[in-house]
Design a protein around this ligand. Structure first.
Ligand code: ARG
Length: 575
């Protein structure tokens, strides 16, 4: 492990054990980056209290144990330890990291099976912007877990079932299969739904047909099932177009929509009732998980079967959680879903625990996704107040990227490729760079800016390094020179890069891709200072300095490109 903060933590803990006894070996040395040195450890102050000794004296005792440490330690103020690492240590660790294909990122042992429920658009409606973030954040989490060696099972919990399908199928028959398929594939799900809805509301004969159709659908009538498949297949083809444009890793193999659980719902309810976890209340079958009450202080029910005998969203989720634990053998289940569903998931998890379907060894977590807002601070909508089509939004990002890039003398294919990477990278990075549970303002100008914590800025940083290598006429992989840290900018960059592995591990276990964005932003910022102060290819740069700087550039771009890949942000060769 190369991360200086972790190396230091271990070393200071050893020192604590030596100086004060092994009972202090696990104390947190409280090591933080510092403006006076590389790091500061504040442990002497808290330990002094417990030992009833003077803090400075405790600090001196720790310092004495760190005599063979690859750096300098100073006691300052009331008893802080200021720690500065030796340049040679940083340089050799950086060199080792460059030779390591994993760049210091470990693997989880034993590997976990992580089920990630994400994207999950509803087929009866157009996939809208709300699903963009769950798709992007979920996909990044899937990439991160896979990178750490976990077994990832993606579950796209499509909304592909329910009473609206009666009217949707009747409308499909009215306009003809071919027309319907063409509309759905083109992403006109909302228009399709609205047309069906207005007939349902205004036409008694249609309403009657739709109701009958719901019954034949639920009864599994083959002709009706075929029509449902026609509808769903066309809809999924549209979702897949969006996924492809975004470069999202979901495939048809990951589809696990609500309909998949149909056959399990009766047993789900039956088992919950037999075990006593669910009880009848006002004609409905309900679970009352402990700790949930409504505004009237009455226990809050999770309704498993409505009084009319129908199943709902909660029923499916109860069946799904049992399936994920029991059949998929999940160690961890992540639900990447809008934060407005927080109560639903807390209740589902509690109900599953109550039923014994979610053992303590398995964690179920709602990775809450904050709402996307327009520039006016309200829910993101078009000017006429409708929700925005995802495809239109993505196309706008690509068009704006095309305009932002300009001509640059590339042929059309290259230009289109760059525009696509920049446009999609901007959208994805913007979604990822704020913590997933906070609201987020969609602002094209800001996300497409070439400065600041944006996708294009990160992409530009890597493209700039790649262009240095093209100019120098050497392959990135050939830059293996010894790293020498003469300039402060080189040292700061190298020291920062060493933290990559530990950061990726933390970000993954804590489901916090935005912290990876922060790390990459800091990397790109340190890189630009390095550029200003440390010429690489200039004539007067001595060969060994040049080789060292090329090696540092290669390490930086490896970190940036790996990090962007883990976020799912594409990296164009040039910009
Ligand atoms: N389709 C749902 C929606 O759009 C999200 C499904 C999330 N997953 C789940 N297991 N409930 O709100």
């Amino acid at each position: 492990m190369t991360d200086p903060q972790i190396v230091l933590t271990e070393r200071v803990q050893q020192a604590l054990a030596h100086a004060f006894g092994s009972e202090h070996a696990d104390a947190d040395p409280l090591i933080r980056p510092s403006q006076f040195a590389d790091f500061q450890a504040n442990v002497a102050l808290s330990l002094a209290k417990r030992l009833r000794r003077a803090p400075r004296e405790v600090a001196e005792a720790i310092k004495a144990e760190l005599s063979d440490f690859p750096g300098t330690v100073e006691v300052s103020g009331p008893g802080f330890l200021n720690i500065t690492l030796d340049d040679s240590w940083i340089a050799s660790e950086a060199h080792r990291m460059l030779a390591d294909p994993r760049l210091g990122v470990g693997t989880i042992a034993p590997a976990q099976t992580v089920v990630i429920d994400y994207s999950a658009p509803n087929a009866a409606k157009e996939m809208h912007v709300g699903h963009l973030r769950t798709t992007i954040v979920g996909d990044s989490l899937a990439r991160l877990h896979e990178h750490l060696g976990n077994t990832v099972i993606r579950q796209n919990h499509l909304g592909d079932w329910g009473t609206p399908f009666g009217m949707l199928i009747e409308h499909l028959l009215d306009i003809g299969e071919e027309t319907a398929v063409a509309q759905l594939e083109a992403g006109m799900g909302t228009e399709f739904y609205q047309a069906a809805r207005s007939k349902f509301d205004g036409d008694e004969e249609f309403k009657h047909r739709a109701r009958v159709r719901v019954t034949t659908l639920q009864g599994g009538d083959p002709a009706t099932m075929r029509l449902w498949h026609v509808f769903m297949d066309a809809t999924v083809r549209y979702f897949n177009k969006v996924y492809e444009l975004l470069g999202v890793t979901l495939t048809d193999a990951d589809l696990a929509g609500e309909s998949m659980y149909n056959a399990m719902l009766e047993k789900t309810c039956g088992d919950l009732e037999t075990s006593g976890a669910a009880v009848m209340s006002e004609g409905a079958l309900c679970v009352f998980p402990p700790g949930f009450s409504g505004s009237d202080d009455k226990p809050l029910p999770l309704i498993i079967r409505k009084s009319d005998g129908g199943y709902g969203y909660a029923t499916t989720d109860m069946a799904a959680i049992r399936y994920r634990v029991h059949d998929l053998k999940a160690d961890r289940i992540l639900y990447v879903v809008g934060s407005e569903q927080a109560l639903h998931f807390r209740m589902v998890f509690a109900a599953a625990r109550l039923a014994g379907w979610l053992p303590e060894t398995v964690s179920a977590e709602h990775v809450q996704i904050g709402m996307m807002l327009g520039k006016d601070g309200r829910r993101f909508k078009t000017r006429s107040g409708e929700s925005v089509k995802l495809m239109d939004l993505l196309q706008e990002a690509i068009d704006r990227a095309t305009a932002a890039i300009g001509d640059r003398g590339y042929d059309e294919t290259t230009r289109n490729e760059i525009a696509h990477a920049v446009g999609m990278g901007a959208v994805k990075y913007a979604d990822l760079s704020v913590s997933h549970d906070s609201e987020y303002v969609l602002d094209f100008d800001r996300m497409l800016a070439f400065t600041g914590n944006t996708g294009p800025y990160m992409q530009y940083a890597t493209a700039r390094i790649r262009s240095i290598f093209r100019k120098a006429g050497i392959e990135l992989s050939a830059a293996k020179g010894t790293i020498l840290l003469g300039e402060p900018a080189e040292r700061a960059l190298a020291l920062h890069l060493l933290g990559f592995g530990a950061l990726v591990e933390q970000v993954t276990t804590q489901s916090e891709p935005h912290r990876l964005c922060n790390f990459l932003f800091e990397t790109a910022s340190l890189l630009s200072v390095f550029y200003e102060q440390c010429p690489v290819l200039r004539q007067d740069v001595p060969p060994e300095t040049r080789a060292s700087r090329l090696a540092l550039c290669a390490l930086t771009t490896a970190v940036l490109e790996t990090g962007l890949d883990l976020l799912g942000v594409p990296v164009p060769e040039r910009m």
